[in-house]
Design a binder for this molecule. Structure first.
Ligand SMILES: [Zn+2]
Length: 304
């Protein structure tokens, strides 16, 4: 207990930036954006490992994006207990920050970050409105969890809604000691929240890129090295030694091609070229036939 009722997934924005970062030189601004998203996601995944270990009766929902009055708000983790819903925002900031007030913010060299608790309290208020709308009457409590062990915040005012890296174990124990018996109403609430999830921010900004300028070829799923050896049945990474079945390699790069170029038609030749002409055409053809619907236009066969 508990496996999350809703598991976390990378946003499309992160997946696109991750792929582009490997296949082209991103601008400084886009690269910073990419690293921030990647780091945030890794922090959330670290926190998920902790909530998966909770032994009491609760429902965990990870990575939700809601919409209220045409405005989106995102919540990293929701944990439903019998009487209370916990909203948790996970931050993976690294290094030494100084807390400054008016407005409340974290400062490091020339970087300033708004105190994340402010944003979280705004999300809490919106979630309350949403719950009111559907006549769910539970208490809501919000916490920011700073997951990175190297994070230090000087001059921080005492705030029971903020969990610093040295307090995380205590915070998890506190969650675990909440007496909780769930019933069908809690399940319905969880299902409602999942049904209200918007998935990805619509129209997240993307860097400009074109098919021609992107580096082609398969890369390792673990260490992202392009130095790989493709055999009959598997691909082996020359950098980390990781092995992946060729079918899985093809599926991974078909997904990447669709993600980056949703308007392009997926053909065997197209995927062959995307994989740097390194994966046999017949393997690509077979995987496409098995996993995608065949469409035909004139003399071309393509897949959706
Ligand atoms: Zn590797």
């Amino acid at each position: 207990m508990p496996t999350p009722k809703k598991s976390r997934q990378e946003t499309e924005e992160l997946l696109i930036l991750r792929a582009l970062n490997l296949r082209m030189k991103l601008s400084d601004k886009d690269r910073r954006k990419y690293y921030a998203l990647e780091k945030g996601y890794q922090g959330e995944v670290m926190f998920d490992v902790l909530t998966e270990g909770l032994k009491n009766n609760c429902i965990v929902l990870n990575g939700l994006l809601f919409k209220l009055k045409e405005k989106h708000f995102q919540i990293d983790t929701i944990i439903i207990f019998q009487k209370t819903i916990y909203l948790i925002d996970v931050k993976n900031f690294e290094g030494d920050f100084i807390y400054k007030s008016d407005p409340d913010r974290f400062c490091k060299n020339d970087t300033e970050i708004d105190d994340p608790i402010l944003q979280l309290f705004r999300s809490e208020s919106k979630l309350r409105q949403l719950l009111d709308e559907y006549r769910f009457n539970l208490m809501v409590e919000s916490y920011v969890v700073h997951i990175n062990p190297t994070f230090t915040l000087y001059n921080a005012p005492q705030n029971n809604h903020v969990t610093l890296p040295t307090q995380i174990n205590r915070f998890i124990r506190k969650l675990e000691n909440i007496p909780s018996n769930l019933n069908g109403g809690h399940e319905r609430l969880a299902d409602l929240l999942i049904s209200l999830d918007q998935g990805d921010y619509p129209n997240a900004p993307k860097p400009a890129y074109s098919y021609e300028e992107l580096k082609k070829g398969p890369y390792c799923s673990k260490c992202h090295s392009f130095s790989v050896s493709v055999g009959e049945r598997k691909m082996v990474c020359n950098t980390c030694g990781c092995e992946e079945r060729l079918e899985s390699v093809v599926r991974r790069f078909v997904r990447e091609l669709i993600l980056l170029f949703p308007e392009r038609q997926i053909t065997t030749s197209e995927v062959y070229e995307w994989c740097g002409c390194a994966v046999p055409r017949k393997t690509i053809g077979r995987v496409l036939k098995q996993n995608y619907k065949v469409m035909s236009s004139g003399k071309w066969t393509y897949y959706v």
